[in-house]
Each structure stands twice: as C-alpha cells, then as structure tokens.
Design a protein around this ligand. Structure first.
Ligand code: GDP
Length: 462
C-alpha cells in the first residue's frame, strides 16, 4: 500500500466520462502528484512537469517504463490553488477507452491510488476550499435537468447559502457567548444581555431561519421533484396521459433507477418544475386479473404523493370505484389534487363531488386536448416564478432543510424557556443545539458518516 507519510494518499482517476471521446482527463491529487507526473510525462523541451509554471498547459508525451502510451497536455496546480487544495496535476490524453486506461494504469504504477467516488470534491471540502452546500452544488450542476435547477446549483456553488448560514451562525454564537457571561458569574450581574434583548436576538435569527426554510419549497420543485401519482381505475387513460406528458417533454425525461417496476416512474420537467411522475397503470398491464389489487396498490402510493392526478372516464357515469378513489384522495392532507375528466371527446356523463380537488380539467388524451391546461395548473401550484437564485439564499435539499428545521425548533424552545422565566444560561442550551444543527446544514459540525454518504453520490473522478 502506497500511503503518504505526511498526509492523505495521492489519488487519481479519469475525470471525463468512461467511453470513446475526443479527450480524456486524468486527474491526480495529493502530495506526490508532481513526483508521479515526473515519472509518466515528458514535457516537450525536456522540462520536468514538477518544474513547469503552474496553471499553464504544456504539450508532451506520456510514457512509462520506456513505453510510449500517448501524447497530450499536462497542467500543474500548486497547493492550495487547486480544486482539491492539494498539489494536483491534470493530464489530457486522447479519449480512447484503452489509451485513457493505460495512462491511468501508468499513474497508478507510479504511485497513485484509485480515487473513490467524489474524492476530489471531498478533499476540497476537507481542505476548506468548499463548504458542504457548495460541494453538494457540484452534484447539482452535474445532475441539473432544467435551466432553473442549473441556476440554483450555480448559486449554491458560489456560496450564497453558505454566506447566509455563516452570518446567522455568527449571530447565534454571539448571543451564546453573551449568555455564558451570565452563567459564569450569575451573582455579579455581569450580563450585558437582558432577557428581552436575548429574546429579540433569538426571534430575529428564527425569523431569518424560517424564511430560509420556506425557500426549500421553491428549490424542491426545481431540484428534487414533486412526487406525483397518476391514479384512477383501469382504462380511464392514465397511461396515455402519462406518455403524453413525457412525450411532450421528451428532451428532459429520464428513468429513475432502482424502483420496483410494478409501476412506472419517470421524471418530467414542466417549465422548470420537476415532477417525479408515477403511473400506477403499469400494474394492470402485467397482472391483468389483479385489477383491484392494482387499485389498492395505487392507493398505497397515494400516501407518498405530493400531487395527485386522478383520471376519470368522462364518458361514463361515476361508479363505486371512482367514488372510492375520490374519497381516498379527499382524505389526503398537504397534497395538491387535480381531477382529469378524460375521454371528454366521448361524452360528459361523469358526475361526482370533486370539490376536494384544486383543479378539474377536461382532457382528451387522443387528440390531445387539455394538456396545456394541466401544465398551467401544475405551474400555478408549484412554480416559484422567476426567483433570482443568485441573489436569494435557497435551501437545496432535504438534508439541509432538516437541519434548518431542527435549528428553528431549538430556537423556538429557547424563546419559550425565556418566556417561562428561566435564565439566559438555560436558554443557552437551546442556542447550543440550534448552533449544532445549523453547523450541520453546511458542514461546520457534520459527522463523518454524513460526509461519506454525501460524497458517495458523486461519480468517480469528480
Ligand atoms: P389506463 O388503463 O388508465 O392506463 O388507460 P390507457 O391509457 O391504457 O387507455 C385505455 C384506452 O383508452 C386506450 O385504448 C386509449 O387509447 C384510450 N383512451 C385514452 N384516453 C382517451 C381519450 O381521451 N379519448 C379516447 N377516445 N380514448 C382514450
């Protein structure tokens, strides 16, 4: 095992996508990066890679053990002015599968170890080059499926959220320090912070944190997607509508991997609002005789739904299965609901109490008709409008949202403690909790386990 004595191992990976392409970039980072580069790269003119000017590309040959592997470009980044904050080298070679692998192999033989998923970004985080939310934004940029999602990720990468969280963290830390003055010298009346001042300070931070928490809704609709279930009894046109929505937006449709395939899931972006569409009609297609089981399953999926699109056959009178679905949906809280009276081209015999739905829209999945109205309804419910993500700090994901929520709850508790007549040092315990949770949201106090889990979502080479 080749472990550097003073620091982390020097690691390497191909940072461009695996496969045939114009160029491949092999990234090397760590204390031995320059030494390894000297062993595998001969810069034209005979200068050693470790001696070339930093940040300037040089042409040369990639060879190892006297075997010429390829020609290409090399660039050297000296710590701390690199992506990872460590000494780093990037070698660009021809983008063939074999040739890029051979270059990487040579780099390994010269002393580097294979980089794990997201290892370069993780090192950037560990070396203080990026906050956790900025590191998460890197995945956001890579995974962005709409211009809005990309803008949001870019805003996080530039540190808008980090700055906001840091400012609130400092404000709370200051309140905490001043409450400790009281706890250390309770009889001396040394506190320069009255209970009222402390309450005002906590309320101010709480207000800002609540506003920050509320931004999660906007980010979620562009980033993570609204879990949307299309439901209704068989043959009402669910699959046709599902395909229509996907077909209209084909450019940004992608399969979600790893889901059970007894229903169909796909992502669709409607003008920047990402819907995680789930069509329960798939059950019926594979297990014809289990129609009713299919409906039950779709009712189970309804539990998770944040948006339900219920499809009814407009040409037939409502029967007890339609009524059962309507009743089930009307019980759901914190969920938006759209009723589609599909097959409207065949008649309008359907009649039922649809007052629990936010929208009732007539559609015809064949012509098609009504789809634009359906999209407008979705936008009116979930579109954050043209929020300037570059200006406004916005929470990007469920992890950050949970930390901010926990921080708010601790502050609410602290304020109540003061209102109940307890002293500032008792409320200080709640401030400590609020600080810990806030620190978690952007990596100041995050556990190693969470850091590992976050970086595991990255690809190798990033
Ligand atoms: P599902 O079982 O609810 O998924 O329904 P499907 O999408 O498979 O549709 C059942 C049948 O109804 C198919 O033959 C469709 O072509 C047809 N269909 C779906 N929507 C409409 C519509 O709006 N009008 C008409 N006339 N036929 C439709």
């Amino acid at each position: 095992m080749n472990t550097d004595i003073l620091g982390l191992d020097t690691v390497a990976a191909i940072s461009t996508p695996y496969g045939r392409g114009g160029i491949a970039v092999i990234r090397i980072s760590g204390e031995r990066a320059f030494d390894i580069a000297d062993k595998v790269f001969k810069v034209a003119g005979g200068v050693l890679p470790s001696s070339i000017d930093a940040n300037l590309m040089k042409y040369g040959h990639i060879c190892y053990n006297n075997e010429l592997i390829d020609s290409g470009m090399i660039v050297r980044f000296a710590a701390p002015h690199s992506y990872t904050g460590e000494d780093a080298v990037e070698i660009s070679c021809h983008g063939g599968v074999l040739v890029s692998k051979k270059v990487l192999q040579a780099v390994f033989e010269a002393g580097a170890l294979p980089a794990g998923p997201g290892e370069f970004t993780k090192r950037a985080f560990m070396n203080g080059k990026l906050s956790l939310s900025q590191a998460e934004a890197v995945i956001g940029i890579i995974d962005a499926e709409s211009t809005k999602a990309l803008r949001l990720a870019l805003s996080h990468a530039s540190g808008t959220l980090t700055k906001k969280i840091n400012a609130l963290y400092d404000e709370l830390a200051d309140l905490l320090a001043r409450s400790y003055v009281y706890s250390d010298y309770p009889d001396e009346d040394l506190s320069d912070l009255t209970v009222d001042e402390m309450k005002r300070g906590l309320n101010r931070v709480l207000e800002e944190l609540e506003a920050l928490y509320a931004t999660y809704e906007n980010a979620r609709s562009v980033n993570e997607g609204i879990y949307t279930v299309i439901t209704g009894k068989p043959n009402t046109g669910k699959s046709s509508l599902f395909n229509l929505l996907l077909g209209k937006n084909r450019a940004i449709v992608s399969d979600i991997e790893g889901t059970t395939r007894d229903f169909i899931e796909d992502n669709v972006s409607i003008n920047g609002v990402l819907l995680k569409l789930c069509d329960t009609a798939g059950i019926r297609k594979s297990q014809d005789r289990l129609e009713n089981a299919g409906i039950e399953r779709s009712l189970e999926l309804l539990d998770r739904a944040e948006l339900v699109i219920a499809v009814f056959d407009s040409s037939c009178a409502a029967d007890e299965r339609d009524i059962a679905i309507i009743e089930q949906i009307s019980k759901k809280k914190r969920c938006r609901k759209i009723a589609l009276l599909n097959k409207s081209d065949l008649g309008d015999a359907f009649s039922a109490d649809l007052s629990s739905f936010d929208f009732v829209i007539k559609t015809d999945a064949v012509t098609p008709f009504g789809i634009n109205e359906l999209e407008r309804a979705v936008l009116s419910m979930f579109d954050a409008g043209d929020i300037d993500f570059s200006e406004q700090a916005t929470i990007a994901n469920a992890r950050q949202a949970a930390s901010i929520r926990a921080s708010c709850n601790a502050l609410i508790h602290g304020i109540r403690t003061l209102e109940d007549g307890y002293t500032q040092d008792i409320a200080g315990l709640d401030i400590e909790e609020a600080l810990a949770r806030l620190g978690e949201s952007d990596g100041r106090q995050v556990s190693e386990d969470i850091v590992d889990r976050i970086f595991h979502n990255f690809c190798v080479g990033k």
